[in-house]
Design a protein around this ligand. Structure first.
Ligand code: ASP
Length: 338
């Protein structure tokens, strides 16, 4: 057995405590909603990979190859989104991501496994693979989140090189935006959000989630969205499934979106239904919902997948053994002809 690291000890301690509580005669709480609506018991099983937007296809390929090579759900999730982070053509993730209103690219990322371990980085600058730094936060520190300068110091100490992330195309976009926006106020709209969120289920029934983004284009310097916030941008639980979000992060945070999707699946809703109900919650909490896009995707522990969004311009990529890697267009609150 490998030696128990400090991190693993911290993670296991609550398990030991609940075992003690059970031995002392305490019974675990029951979920009445779950009792009324049993969760789906059938599905394709693993491996399954699902990720946001069309750039999810390439991410899924890498995640799938990682699983085939013996990687875990967590390894595959990290490997998948690294592809998007390294693609300078993707203007919403990693290198090539649009900068904030001061012309600085700041990246947010989070990773989580189905046992509940997680790590994230916020407003990280000049690091090509924030998702891998987030994983190091999870595995090599007693913390869950590192932000800004401290996150960068940690990344450098872990051996990550500094990289200029502002591409010429992103700089031109920023200069155009500055010229056209003398008020210097970042826009809320439905087109600027294309985070990669990727969920994996491996053959052993383990689930993981990864989410990485350059955030809202031309945001205030220091702004952090939903993506690196566990429960908002992503959530994973081996007992239920996983979810991740894309779109206007502020709206997702207000609804604790991804955690909500997973909890709705825990109560027996299918991945699609859970995403739809979570979108309805987002709408309830955000009076400006017609001006913003939010989309969720979800995967349950049986391998069923689904998604839902406010506006119809969202799609996602699903990779299964039987159907290969394909795009799916989910339902939306606003009909496509509106
Ligand atoms: N959710 C991300 C954010 O608000 C943006 C996105 O989905 O692209 O930072």
């Amino acid at each position: 057995m490998p030696p128990i690291t400090r991190r693993r000890f911290i993670r296991r301690a609550p398990l030991a405590l609940s075992a003690t509580a059970l031995a002392a005669g305490c019974s675990p709480g029951t979920d009445s909603a779950a009792a009324e609506q049993p969760a789906a018991t059938t599905g394709p099983g693993g491996p399954v990979i699902i990720s946001t937007w069309r750039h999810g296809l390439a991410a899924n390929e890498a995640a799938w190859a990682n699983l085939q090579a013996g990687g875990s759900a967590l390894d595959a999730a990290e490997a998948g989104v690294r592809v998007t982070e390294a693609d300078p053509e993707v203007s919403t993730v990693g290198i090539g991501g649009r900068p904030d209103r001061d012309g600085i690219v700041t990246l947010d990322a989070a990773i989580m496994d189905g046992a509940g371990d997680c790590g994230s980085v916020l407003a990280l600058q000049e690091i090509l693979h924030p998702i891998s730094v987030a994983r190091r936060v999870m595995e090599n520190t007693p913390h869950v989140m590192l932000a800004g300068e401290g996150a960068q110091q940690f990344a450098i100490a872990e051996g990550f090189p500094l990289t200029d992330l502002l591409t010429d195309a992103a700089r031109v976009d920023w200069e155009t935006w500055k010229r056209d926006n003398p008020g210097y106020r970042p826009p809320i709209n439905v087109e600027n959000h294309d985070t990669i969120g990727l969920l994996t289920l491996d053959r052993n029934g383990n689930i993981a989630a990864a989410c990485t983004t350059s955030g809202a284009a031309f945001k205030y310097h220091g702004r952090v969205g939903d993506s690196p916030i566990v429960g908002a941008g992503l959530y994973a639980d081996n007992n239920v499934g996983a979810a991740t979000a894309t779109g206007w992060g502020e709206a997702v945070v207000r609804a604790c979106g991804s955690f909500l999707v997973v909890e709705l699946m825990r109560q027996g809703h299918s991945p699609t239904d859970a995403c739809r109900l979570a979108v309805e919650r987002v709408i309830e909490k955000n009076p400006d919902w017609r001006e913003i896009q939010v989309g969720f995707i979800a995967l349950d522990k049986q391998g069923n997948t689904g998604g839902y969004c406010i506006h119809p311009n969202f799609d996602y990529a699903v990779y299964t053994e039987s159907e290969g890697n394909r795009m799916v267009v989910p339902g939306s609150k606003v009909p496509s002809d509106e």
